[in-house]
Design a protein around this ligand. Structure first.
Ligand SMILES: [Cu+2]
Length: 131
């Protein structure tokens, strides 16, 4: 009799634990706002990320013309995605300052190599190669 009651209680507790963890999992998935093609990871606001090629990840991306690229700032600092080079912006596109978890998307219709950088951190550089 007592063993029967304990067994029922155990089953209920295990059931609650399982349903709890599945709810948590679902809410975690819904927190992912935008999936970026290129991310700005944590610590990219400090010099040194260029030495390990982790200022923009990936720092170079190859796409077919007519497609778009989305950058997501996954750092806790502000960053930008600006066309050209730090000392020579090309004025093709400029995200302005992206707050943490903001994203920026550009359509690329013409073939070519598009350099970009961060106006706040001169060591952050990347390329979009449109084929
Ligand atoms: Cu930056």
């Amino acid at each position: 009799m007592i063993i029967g009651i304990i067994t029922v209680i155990m089953i209920v507790i295990i059931g609650l634990i399982i349903s709890d963890s599945s709810v948590e999992k679902n809410s975690e998935e819904s927190e992912v706002v935008v999936k970026g093609d290129i991310i700005m990871p944590t610590k990219s606001s400090r010099p040194g990320c260029q030495e390990i090629d982790k200022c923009y990840i990936p720092s170079a991306i190859v796409i077919d013309s007519g497609n778009q690229v989305t950058w997501v700032n996954e750092d806790s600092a502000f960053h930008s995605v600006t066309s050209g080079f730090y000392d020579e912006p090309s004025e093709l596109f400029d995200s302005g300052h992206l707050a943490p978890y903001e994203s920026f998307t550009v359509n690329f219709d013409e073939k070519g190599t598009y350099d970009f950088f961060c106006t706040l951190h001169p060591w952050m550089k990347g390329q979009v190669i449109v084929e």
